[in-house]
Each structure stands twice: as C-alpha cells, then as structure tokens.
Design a protein around this ligand. Structure first.
Ligand code: BGC
Length: 761
C-alpha cells in the first residue's frame, strides 16, 4: 500500500522532470553526441526498487505472444503469455523482443504501467534488420549502392513503420566486418571493408534514431554484435575468433565505433570469444574499451542466451557464475536466458556483485526508457490504427524500388547484351527464382510478408511491351532437381531469343547459423545452367545470393551477370528497371567474388607476403594456389554501368604531403558510351614501408558521379595525414614518413590511374 502511493508520486515527479528536460535546448545536442542523461527521478526510482525489481529491469525475454516469423527464428523458451503478463506485473521483465504487433504491446504495457508496483514502462525490441513491413534490400546488398544516404533513408522508413507499430528499440545495425564468405551472417552487415562498413553503420544509426528519440517515428539503435563476430574461424557461425589487437582495432572495431559515434545508445555483445575470452564476459572489451576508451554511455545487452553460453564456452561453471561474469564484464541486460533475474539478487546479497554496479546498470536502462519518452507516455509508439496506416505506403515502396535497383551490381556485360529491348524479343525466364514470391525478401524478416513481394516474372512482364513475349520455367528447385525440369527449360530457351537465368541461393542459405563450406551454386542449378548454355542462346544470369559466390562453368561464362542479392518487397520491379535500362546499374561489390571457395577468407586489403605472385602469371614458390592466382574473379568495388567508362589524367598537387598539410589527387573520368552512367570513383592507397606491414590497398574515399553520354569530369580527392593512420607497434594510431602509392580506380584490383607521393616529417 505504502509502496503504491510512493510509486505514484514518483511517477508524477518523473513526468514533471521529463517535461522540463524535453523543453531544454541541450537535449538535441546531448542526443547527437550519444550522451545519456540520467534525470533525478530515475535515481529516486532506483532507490525504491527491490533487488528483484532491479534484476527484472535487466531481463529481456522473447515475446510469448506467439506466432510470426520471430517465433520461428527465436522460439521463446516459454510461450505462456499469461505467465509473461504476470512477470510484467511482478517487475520481472524490462521488456520483450520480436513480439507481434501493437495489440500485444498495448496489453503488456497496460499491465506494466497500471498493475506493477513501480509502474515502470516496458521497452519493446525487435530485429528490424532491413525493413518492417516494407522490406528493403538486405544490408549487404544495400551497401553495394555505395550510397550511405540511401541506407539512412531506408532505415528511416523502417523506423517510421516499426516505431508506429509499437517497437521502441531495434537490434540493428549489424556492424560486423565479414571477410569470409562462408559465414552466413555477412548478409546482415556492411561487407569486407571497414571504411564502407563504418559509413553505412553511421547512416543506419542516424536513420533509425533520427534527431529526436521521443518521436514515434524513430527508435533506439543497437550496434551489434560487439565484437568481431564476423571474424569467426572458417566462417563458421558462432566459432572462435583469435585475432591480434591491431587487426581488431584497425578493421573489425571501426564500424561499431562509427555506430556509437553516430549516437547509438545500446550495444549487443557477440556470441564469439575473442582470443580466449567470450565477448559476453570480456571486461576489457565491454568496459575498458567501450566505456573507458570510447566513452559509451548507453547500455549493453547480451545476445540471445549469450551469457548462459559461457558455460559451454568453458568460461563459466554454471548459470550463477555466468550471470556474475557477464554482469561484471559490462553486460547491463541479459537477453533470454533469465540468468540475471535468477541470480543477480543473490549475487548482490552475497557481496559478489556490488549493489552500486547493479544500480548503475538499472539507471542506464531506465534512462534509455526515459530518453525514448516512455515515462511520459508509455503508449507513444503503440497504436493499432497507426500500425496499419503507416504500413507499406506507396512512398515507402518507392524507396524500396529505388534502393533495390541501386543495390544491383552488373558484374559482366559482354557485347552489351544488357540492357534488353522492351519489345521484339522473346525472353525465357528460367530458374528457381524466375517466378513466385519465395526468396525475395531475404533472411531476417520478422514482420514482412512474401505475399507483398513483386516476383521477377511480375516485374519483367510489367516492363515489356508484349506480356506474351515472356515464358517462365522453373527448371530446378534451389537444391533439388525437378524430374523433366531441365528438358522444359531447354525447350523454353530454344523457343526464345534471350534467356534470363534466375539462379542462386535461397534466403535460408544465408543468415544466422547458415555458414556454407562451399560457396558455389547448388549442383542441380549448375546442371540447369550448363544445359541451357548448350542451346547457344545469349544468357543473362540474375544471381540471388546472401554472400559473394564462387561462380563456375556456364554461369561464370555467361555473357551478362547481375548480382541482385535479396532486394525485398520490390525485387521484380528493381531488377526489371536494370534489365531493360530504365536504370543504369550503379552498384559496386562490397565483398569480393573469389575464383574458388577454397580462397576464403579472401579480401582485397590483404598483405603482400614475402613472396607476392606476379598476377596474373603463375610463378613458382610464390603466394598462390595450384592453378590459380590469389586474386578475385570480381573484386571489392567492381561493378559495370551501361556507359563506357575510362580513367585518365592522374594529377597530384605536389610530390609530398607534409604532416600538417594536405595533398590533392585527381583523375579524369569519361563516359564515352551511348548511355548515362553513375560511376563509383574509388581512392585507394598503399603505404610501401612501415614498422608494421600494410595491406596492398586500402580504400580511403569514393564518390559516385553521374556522367551523361560523352561527358567527362575531373574527380578530385584530398588526403591528409590522418587518412594515412595505422595501428603501429604500440597498437596506437600512427603514421610514418615514406612513399605511398595512390590509385583512383573503378575497383580494388583495377589499375585505374596511379601515382605516388612522399609523406614528409
Ligand atoms: C541474433 C541477434 C538477434 C537476436 C534477437 C540472436 O540469435 O544473433 O542478431 O538480434 O537473436 O533476435
């Protein structure tokens, strides 16, 4: 009784304090800087909480409401909704994730703010990885656009739909650099390059969070999976990461840092260990580095049962030990294991966990809820009508179509086979992805539906003058042959002028726990491609994939190849825009396509070794494989346009760059083709001699320029000392005087134009 009275007054005080803060001009500034402010009422509240309530505030569970793709992806351990409501009333839950819509959120939030002792609002989280109802290209695809601003816009639409449907907190962006294409989760991230990944991480945080945390058009971003989850040995998901601190800092940590610098106020610890210590129990990572060195002020959540998994890692002896280790390392909130609410109260009572540390974590979580506006209005994002009215608006679908076509990479276009004519030719669409609405949206879609997605056949039929000029034949399932399927496909190809071969991976072949030992096309589809190629008809391969692939045989040899990934709701329209030339492809690979699977991990920014092979020649006793060079078939940054692009006239402002000055480099980029083109002009450097060896090339900048037929433009970049930093012998950023190569080029392995300069002391 007494507690209830106090809590009502506290809630009122909280509302007053919150209103004053809302009016304060400092708010926007703090938010932009990733600052977390703990208002006085939060301290009051913490003072009133029991140890059990505090541990409850640090316990997040999968929604028990049931149904939906979320439940299949992450089955709640106990799908008893009435029980979860009771836990809410008892203050045993901080919130739930991947629930099913605003109605569920309303029921739960009502229980929290009307029936729990302290009336602390719940937080609703979800994995909105590439769209809520309108599904955008998978993150890796979108990075192919080399347009971070596009990612900001799709993130903004995703937030608009999802926050309108009751979601306060998004488990994205995924900022893991992925350099091994066997790893299935590369599809969720920013590719192999730390600069590109960082720019997209920051753009996504800006899109999700906007400039006002309290807005019901935005939600809290969560930088994940911290850290180096993508460096798993052999690309095997969840596997060990054993890495030097230098590579960690120079490559893997950068996109996370960019996400935090952009203002993300939550982080998710990764499943993997790093050099012997699981990330979830890694005090150096989660406290010394994240908070001490980087000044992160938000809160850290474990990944799904990540704390409990330290038992299997062999790092904790039981659940109690795991809770203690994770908490003391810096994991504020436990996801799904329930270990915190089971053990933290007792760990405090026994003195193993200081109550002050517990209070700090609770304060962070409550402050985040406050910043999201949940104390002022716990229902601000929960509205069943708005959930529907914001869903899949035409303008959102337009962004999906635009982002779809900008995510497509033209790998090859011999004889200018593409774009295809809209009339006068019969086209056979062949392959498991020729028709149907399966495998369009891509992995990690919790709330979107296949039924809303535009198939390739639908998109193509809408683009051509005569719908009867199109015939679609499946030919093969993704991983299984269809009896008679190849014969039907060959007959269709023979009756057509052009074949569009839609083949690749199903969406279930990438994503979490979907590592592949061999990154080739499944055999039934390769057989289909070989048979269709024998007809001699011109083939445009339209690849569907969640990773860079090792292409073989007739697929590799086809005259035209489009890398189309998983493009989401507007897939068919986006591909048709490119196929028929309504849009001239402008995407570039964010991950290198190797010659063979066995080259993995392959990435452009590798070291030279003491015995570099003189590619493309194969020399003896050099760093190469039997029979092939260790280069890419299609490297990072590669992508063609419908124009004809040439690089010339390298110019540099001087022979040397003084430590405090800058140097400008430029190239002339010309489109001598008959069609307009958008070229992604890339700047790479190589530091020839260092106290620590340097990669053969590093991307330092890029610019997308639009060139009309016959147009030419001088593209200029500026380099300063700070662009040349690397982690030296002492693992701190440094530069050393010496010679640098610089290229302005269309990909990481193309020569483009080249020059050198000296960095002088
Ligand atoms: C994944 C996370 C995800 C979480 C919650 C885990 O299995 O690793 O990326 O956010 O589940 O759905």
């Amino acid at each position: 009784m007494l507690d209830t009275r106090i809590s009502r007054r506290a809630a009122l005080m909280g509302a007053g304090a919150a209103a004053a803060w809302l009016a304060s001009p400092a708010r926007a500034l703090l938010q932009a800087a990733g600052r977390m402010e703990v208002p006085g009422f939060v301290n009051d509240l913490v003072g009133r909480m029991t140890l059990e309530e505090k541990a409850g505030q640090l316990s997040l569970m999968a929604s028990a409401w049931g149904g939906g793709a979320a439940a299949a992806l992450n089955p709640p351990s106990d799908s008893n909704f009435p029980k979860q409501l009771e836990e809410t009333r008892q203050g045993q839950l901080t919130g739930v994730f991947n629930g099913n819509g605003a109605r569920m959120a309303r029921i739960m939030q009502t229980a929290a703010v009307k029936e729990s002792r302290l009336k602390i609002p719940l937080i609703f989280a979800a994995d909105i990885i590439h769209g809520h109802r309108t599904i955008f290209p998978v993150p890796l695809a979108e990075v192919s656009s080399f347009e971070p601003e596009l990612a900001r816009r799709t993130a903004e639409v995703a937030a608009f739909e999802a926050a309108g449907a009751g979601i306060d907190w998004n488990f994205a962006p995924m900022c893991d650099v992925a350099r091994d294409q066997r790893w299935g989760r590369g599809v969720e991230g920013g590719g192999e390059d730390p600069l590109l990944g960082s720019l997209f991480a920051a753009a996504r945080v800006h899109g999700f969070q906007g400039s006002d945390f309290k807005s019901n058009e935005h939600f809290l971003a969560c930088v994940k999976h911290f850290a180096a989850y993508g460096a798993a040995e052999a690309g095997l998901d969840y596997n060990t990461v054993d890495i030097s601190e230098r590579t960690l800092r120079e490559v893997y940590l950068r996109p996370y840092k960019a996400g935090f610098d952009a203002g993300a106020l939550s982080a998710m610890a990764s499943f993997n260990e790093i050099s012997g210590i699981p990330a979830t129990g890694n005090h150096w990572l989660l406290t010394d580095l994240l908070r001490g060195e980087w000044g992160f002020q938000g809160f850290v959540v474990s990944d799904y049962t990540g704390d409990e998994e330290m038992i299997k890692h062999g790092y904790a002896k039981d659940g109690r030990d795991a809770a203690r280790i994770a908490f003391l390392a810096g994991v504020d909130m436990s996801m799904q294991s329930g270990l915190y609410r089971m053990y933290l109260p007792d760990l405090v009572r026994s003195g193993e966990v200081p109550e002050a540390t517990l209070n700090t974590s609770v304060r962070r979580v409550l402050a985040a809820k406050h910043m999201l506006g949940l104390f002022e209005d716990p229902f601000r994002r929960i509205d069943e009508k708005r959930e529907k009215s914001r869903s899949m608006l035409p303008r959102s679908r337009a962004v999906a179509r635009e982002s779809g076509r900008k995510s497509i990479v033209l790998l090859k276009n011999e004889g200018d086979l593409l774009p295809l004519p809209r009339s006068g030719k019969k086209i056979a669409l062949i392959g498991p992805f020729a028709s149907g609405q399966h495998d369009l949206v891509g992995p990690w879609v919790v709330y979107g539906s296949d039924a809303n997605a535009v198939s390739l056949e639908t998109g193509v039929r809408a683009a051509v003058a005569d719908k009867n000029s199109i015939i679609a034949v499946e030919g093969s399932k993704v991983e299984q042959a269809i009896p008679g399927g190849i014969d039907q496909a060959v007959a269709a190809a023979q009756a057509a002028d052009i074949v569009v071969l839609a083949i690749g991976e199903s969406q279930g072949m990438s994503g979490e726990a979907q590592s592949r030992a061999d990154i080739v096309l499944p055999k039934p589809q390769q057989d289909l491609a070989e048979a269709v190629a024998k007809t001699g008809k011109p083939i445009v391969v339209v690849l569907k994939h969640g990773r860079a692939l090792a292409l073989e045989g007739a697929v590799k040899d086809a005259p035209a190849i489009l890398a189309t990934w998983f493009l989401g709701t507007e897939t068919g329209n986006s591909i048709a825009d490119v196929l028929f030339g309504a849009y001239s492809p402008s995407g570039r690979l964010p991950a290198s396509f190797p010659h063979l699977s066995g080259q993995q991990p392959y990435f452009y920014a590798h070291k030279t070794t003491g015995r570099p092979n003189p590619d493309p020649k194969l020399d003896d006793y050099k760093a190469r494989f039997r029979g092939i060079t260790n280069t890419a078939l299609y490297p990072f940054g590669h992508g063609l346009t419908y124009g004809k692009i040439a690089y010339s006239d390298f110019a540099i402002s001087g022979p040397s760059l003084p430590m405090t000055g800058e140097i400008s480099v430029s190239a002339r980029v010309t489109n001598s083709g008959k069609r307009a083109a958008e070229e992604v002009v890339q700047l790479y450097i190589h530091d020839r001699v260092g106290s620590v060896t340097r990669p053969v090339r590093e991307l330092k900048a890029f610019r997308k320029v639009k060139l009309e037929p016959g147009q030419s433009e001088v593209v200029r970049f500026t380099l300063k000392r700070d662009d040349l930093l690397f982690y030296g012998v002492a693992n701190t950023p440094t530069v050393e005087p010496g010679t640098f190569d610089v290229w302005i080029a269309p990909s990481a392995e193309a020569e483009g134009v080249h020059g050198t300069f000296e960095l002088t002391a």
